[in-house]
Write a protein of this length. Structure first.
Lengths: 235, 235
């Protein structure tokens, strides 16, 4: 069996970076993971990365994330969506919506997203993530992978949409610490991308997102493994 | 753009199962994720799944996991390794080795592994995971994805190998709560697979693991998408 020589990729350095941070125990040994990010990228035709959506409830994060995942998958990308549906009910089922729990929620999502990116996947993360400090911590921990995308719609528009009826409940005092009503939303100051969902139709929003992925994460044709190795089929 | 009709896969039911469990907040809405497990499997040529390695320190978990990851990747599989190197230093850097922290460590690893499996990947999880109850909880939460693999070598053999010098430290009292010395190891009672690393050479161990993956997770040729859609290339 021919195994390509591992070559280092920019994102392989994330692994080395992580080793420098001290965990709670020092009885840990690093095993050399022989599948490098560069090899995964050649197989997939794109690098791994985190598209970190942030925005108010009702701004369109989930809708856009679902549409983008579907479009990228149809193009042959390895893509996965992290959101309240699959994270809040599993990994983070022990966390609520207090500032401290939101913070830990975002920290964990950031670490999981980084693992997915390391595995070569494009991960779309769709959480309100209202605190700048929480988002900046994810960026600082995984600078090579982090792409902040502000799904931007004015509060009035989000509240008027109120597709989930949550603003109504929040105004009636039935939900506490609701972002935009009784808890702050700190908009990104320098996001990689802004999608103004109150101004653009859905199709344009998705197209702009896909074009960004193509620019930032797709490999040029010449760098791809054009005939994917599917030797499992012959085993 | 042609998007295949989603068809439900056995593992798509995991998502529905998860919805039944109550998270801490009830203000969560499920968005339909339109990329189904069955579609991912057709693209990858295999289903997602968790190969949950368990065994004493020095039993060979990491060595086998690294070799298996490399072999499966070379065969064209989407595969990723979760271990202390990439989990303990990131997601679980806040956890130590007390029984409670070990338990939470395993819970989180199980949830992350299930996300990877849902994303279509074969995830190899290489943690001692000494407590039966912790492993059983992961199995119960994700029965469709969980494959328990006992990396089995007698304590004497592991201690004689002592490649990391940890048994020596543990016997000298320099590490507390060390599995097999000062903390229990509860061997699986009905694992899907046992790999006796003290009896078999490395090559046989890896070959048996790969054969198990082929039997349990690979799709028959006729069910695969033979010409992978890489439309990103033409965009």
């Amino acid at each position: 069996m021919l195994i390509p020589e591992p070559r280092e990729d920019a994102s392989d350095s994330a692994r080395n970076e992580r080793r420098k941070r001290a965990p709670k125990s020092d009885n840990l040994f690093s095993v050399e993971h022989r599948v490098m990010a560069a090899d995964r990228a050649r197989m997939n035709g794109h690098r791994g990365g985190i598209l970190w959506f942030t925005g108010l409830s009702g701004s369109g994060k989930s809708t856009l994330a679902v549409e983008l995942e579907r479009m990228l998958f149809a193009k042959g990308c390895q893509v996965f969506l992290l959101d309240g549906d699959n994270v809040r009910q599993g990994l983070n089922a022990d966390l609520g919506f207090s500032p401290q729990d939101r913070s830990e929620n975002i920290r964990r999502v950031g670490e999981v997203a980084a693992l997915f990116a390391e595995a070569g996947m494009i991960v779309v993360s769709a959480f309100i993530s209202p605190y700048r400090a929480d988002r900046d911590r994810v960026r600082a921990a995984h600078p090579a992978h982090f792409h902040e995308v502000h799904i931007n719609a004015p509060l009035e528009v989000c509240e008027a949409r109120d597709t989930k009826g949550l603003y109504r409940k929040a105004r009636a005092g039935k939900i506490s610490e609701f972002t935009g009503v009784s808890a702050p939303y700190e908009a990104p100051q320098a996001p990689e991308l802004v999608i103004p969902t109150a101004e653009w139709p859905l199709a344009r929003c998705v197209a702009e997102l896909a074009a960004y992925v193509e620019r930032k994460l797709a490999l040029p044709l010449c760098a791809r493994q054009l005939a994917p190795v599917r030797r499992a089929a012959e085993a």
